[in-house]
Design a protein around this ligand. Structure first.
Ligand SMILES: Cc1cc2nc3c(=O)[nH]c(=O)nc-3n(C[C@H](O)[C@H](O)[C@H](O)COP(=O)(O)OP(=O)(O)OC[C@H]3O[C@@H](n4cnc5c(N)ncnc54)[C@H](O)[C@@H]3O)c2cc1C
Length: 491
């Protein structure tokens, strides 16, 4: 018999679950609080015909199941795009992934030598059992490289000192922003793991990308869901999640109540979901949810005359003299993102906290700041900027501070008396997931529901970001990628 499933959020996790459940003829209602966009953080917004992501979104996964899913949804509408990215530091641009000789030359022989010495010192006298980001990275690369290439960018992203960031994050995400790991690879390990070819293959140089951004993927997925009978309620936040006599009901921000669900799949931020659950969770879980932290994010989109300034997809800004953390060049992601070939569209990414000075700045002030910083970095002239637009994204990043893990554990424990509810996705599980891992959690939840038994532990999907920088696309099936994804009954 078909199960009735409520899905909170029409982001990648929610729509993946909806698609798989719809295909298996389950009865599905998706609740999305946004009035217009599906795709969540992976949406594509538009302004005067210009399309842009909330941070450029690469489609790359080691999971064959995820890659196949994207192909099934978009087919030929997925482009194969070359990857080009650089790091801006100390008024210089470094290729990323790094080219060893170029880096040596740009850092200078003396600085490079000092980095090597500091690396050797860290190897001889490592911090024992590092628990924070600074100590973990210093152990790996030495203090000097940490100070040059990690501290500024990381503290821009998280807004807290590196000593307050859990070493977990470093272990999972280090390659995503690491010039120093690239320097380290280039200087110390060029042949260490199977010769030059292997090293080159582990640094992804192309990725798939939907013709008109990630939004196209999720809008098409939504349309296919609806065609299969899935009900998608937009502008309809879930504000109450009630369990009674083994069934769930959802009350929504527009005052309606939807009843009779066997399951609830939530990709809403845990800190918001938990207080909405009735009966209320026991105090330990309830309070733990309130302690989870988030980092917010805004993109200032600048529409400029295209003066061929650069063709990178994105540039990391490691330089402390500007506030911007990363710059996207959306025409390089896909030419279809820009309606006029004579124009370019850049996205300047600023990391902030909801309510702080940046977040509450007027849009025109943010556009002026972004213009000033683009000119300072040398990527455009003020006279080339013709228009601007600001997109704010609350809860862009779940914060990995020193207590997040125990808080998530306490919440999972407190949810045990609530059968039928699954947390999934990025903020839904407080995991620093990319789309693919968010989707995998949804796939496993859907598989459990379709099977009518708990075959998989959704929490075993890990978020190891090395998949985005290393490894080959679709080389493994989902079971292998997540490693411990063995059906529970055979464990
Ligand atoms: C700057 C940046 C760059 C990124 N780059 C990449 C990349 O290159 N490649 C990649 O694969 N991933 C990337 N990601 C990660 C990717 O955006 C996320 O992994 C993905 O969007 C998570 O999907 P999700 O469905 O779990 O959550 P979300 O995308 O957060 O979607 C959740 C949805 O739930 C809705 N919602 C929340 N609460 C409620 C409620 N109470 N009721 C109803 N609806 C609700 C939200 O409006 C949203 O639509 C990036 C993220 C950021 C911030």
């Amino acid at each position: 018999m078909a199960k009735k499933v409520a899905i909170i959020g029409a982001g990648p996790a929610g729509l993946t679950a909806a698609y798989l459940l719809g295909k298996a003829q389950q009865e599905v209602v998706v609740f999305e609080k946004d009035p217009q966009y599906v795709g969540g953080i992976s949406r594509t917004e538009t302004y005067k015909g210009y399309a842009f992501d909330i941070g450029g979104h690469r489609f790359f996964s080691k999971s064959k199941e995820v890659e196949d899913f994207w192909t099934e949804i978009l087919g030929d509408e997925m482009l194969e795009r070359p990857r080009s990215s650089r790091i801006y530091y100390n008024k210089k641009f470094f290729s990323y992934p790094l080219v060893a000789m170029e880096a040596l030359q740009k850092l200078g022989i003396i600085e490079s030598g000092l980095c090597v010495l500091s690396y050797l010192q860290a190897k001889m006298f490592p911090v024992k059992n590092p628990t924070n980001f600074e100590d973990w990275v210093t152990n790996q690369f030495g203090k000097r490289l940490f100070n040059i290439f990690f501290r500024t960018y990381t503290e821009k992203v998280w807004g807290i000192p590196c000593k307050e960031i859990s070493a977990d994050w470093a272990a999972q995400r280090i390659k995503g922003l690491s010039l120093s790991s690239a320097i380290w690879n280039a200087l110390f390990k060029p042949k260490a793991s199977g010769g030059k070819d292997k090293v080159i293959k582990t640094l992804i140089d192309s990725f798939r990308y939907p013709k008109r951004g990630p939004g196209l993927m999720w809008e098409t997925c939504r349309d296919k869901c609806i065609a299969m009978g899935v009900q998608v309620e937009m502008n309809c936040g879930a504000k109450g999640v009630h369990q009674e006599a083994g069934k769930w009901s959802i009350t929504t921000t527009d005052g309606r109540t939807f009843e009779g669900f066997d399951h609830v799949l939530s990709s809403a931020p845990i800190r918001e979901l938990i207080p909405s659950i009735q009966p209320q969770l026991e105090a330990s879980g309830y309070q733990a949810a309130q302690k989870l932290g988030y980092r917010d994010f805004l993109t200032v989109v600048l529409i400029c005359k295209d003066e061929d300034a650069f063709d990178d997809n994105w540039i990391y800004i490691h330089d402390p003299s500007v506030k911007v953390g990363r710059i996207q060049n959306f025409k390089s992601w896909s030419p279809y993102m820009v309606p006029d070939p004579a124009m370019a569209c850049y996205g300047l990414e600023y990391f902030c906290f909801e309510g702080d000075g940046l977040w509450t700045s007027k849009d025109e002030d943010l556009i002026a700041l972004a213009t000033k910083e683009m000119v300072q970095i040398g990527l455009t002239k003020a006279s080339a900027v013709v228009d601007g637009y600001v997109v704010r994204q609350p809860k862009a990043y779940p914060v990995y501070d020193h207590t997040y893990k125990e808080n998530v554990e306490a919440i999972r424990e407190a949810l045990k008396p609530y059968p039928g509810i699954y947390l999934m996705g990025r903020n839904g599980m407080h995991k620093y997931n990319n789309q693919d891992h968010s989707m995998m959690t949804a796939m496993l939840a859907a598989k459990n529901i379709i099977a009518g038994e708990e075959l998989y532990d959704v929490w075993n999907v890990n978020e190891d970001a090395e998949y985005h920088e290393g490894g080959l696309r679709g080389e493994e099936d989902t079971q292998k990628v997540v490693g411990r994804l063995v059906p529970k009954r055979v464990q």
